[in-house]
Design a protein around this ligand. Sequence first.
Ligand code: ATP
Ligand code: MG
Ligand code: MG
Ligand code: MG
Length: 362
Amino acid sequence: MYLIFGGRSGEHEVSLMSARNVLEAIDKSRYEVIPVGITREGRWIRSGDPLKALLEGVERGGGIPVALLADPGVRDLVPLASPGDAAPGVSAARPSGDPPAVFFPVLHGTYGEDGTIQGLLEMAGVPYVGCGVLASAVGMDKAVAKALFAQAGLPVVPHRVFLRPRWEREPGLVAAEAEAAFGYPCFVKPANLGSSVGVSKPKSRSELEGALAEAFRFDRKVLVEAAVDAREIEVAVLGNDDPVVSVPGEVVPGREFYDYEDKYVEDRARLLIPAPLEPAQAEEARRLALAAYRCIDGAGMARVDLFLERGSGRFYVNEVNTIPGFTRISMFPKLMEASGIPYPELVDRLIQLAIERWRDRQ
Ligand code: ATP
Ligand code: MG
Ligand code: MG
Ligand code: MG
């Protein structure tokens, strides 16, 4: 199995944390794991210890190793049939016709979660963990995802989409339009990113202008949304055609909202698993999560983020994360664990799902 991490993304560091946990958890008597790091500049590192190289900021590596994708030699590295088939770390030769090694992109954000590497792996004809090209691209683009959710009758927060050229031309008009639509506070976010990178909650015109400038640093497309006073409910989905839907969890942010600091720097956000919900609310959350997953044609896995508005009790579908945070203490693995699938088994299932999807597409 090739574990790919790092990458050209605002979430580069998050990917390294996820990858470290997967590397530690994976059953090495069943899988030979070949780590592949991608630097911030997009150079691929295959030799030595790529995780260490990225953590230490050592920049060495080359272009996309097409040979790695096409090399028939890697076909030996499929998961072994059962534990004990071979000594740890040793791959067993497989009869021909078996799938080639599985690729596991533990990459968050651009060039990883957005369909680009999925396209590369698709063209190479290799199985890979998680969503395909379309679901990845749609899940990453909050504007397109919301349009599809709305069209499927799923509740989405009122929002507007702005493009950089217009904002560069008439920043005052863009701010005035957003202000008139949503007032304060509102939320400003890049369309294609995650981990709350570039997300802000402006409370005044000048903050809104700053928030737009910040979001446009990361993307040519930016959303401004109404701020919802809401509890944050997250649901994990695992599977291809007939997915498992986890119990809902709840994030209680330690800061004003669940921003980057709160997710990865401070340690004050609390994860409640299962979320303290009425049974009917929990069912509604799971129903919406599955509907959102199907709406983008999800496969493998995703974490669906919902808002449960205080007062009205209304749910909104916020977004689908197709490569959710994957450390042992991340919400996705914890939700799966609470639903009867512990971390090592989760990795196993993802690999099996990758092979299943690959077979379906042959
Ligand atoms: P990730 O992929 O890590 O979940 P993200 O960068 O894709 O995050 P969102 O999940 O859309 O971004 O937003 C990040 C956080 O900002 C949310 O978890 C929530 O705390 C807050 N937030 C975003 N939009 C709204 C909104 N419209 N109303 C209230 N809070 C919001
Ligand atoms: Mg996200
Ligand atoms: Mg994300
Ligand atoms: Mg989110």
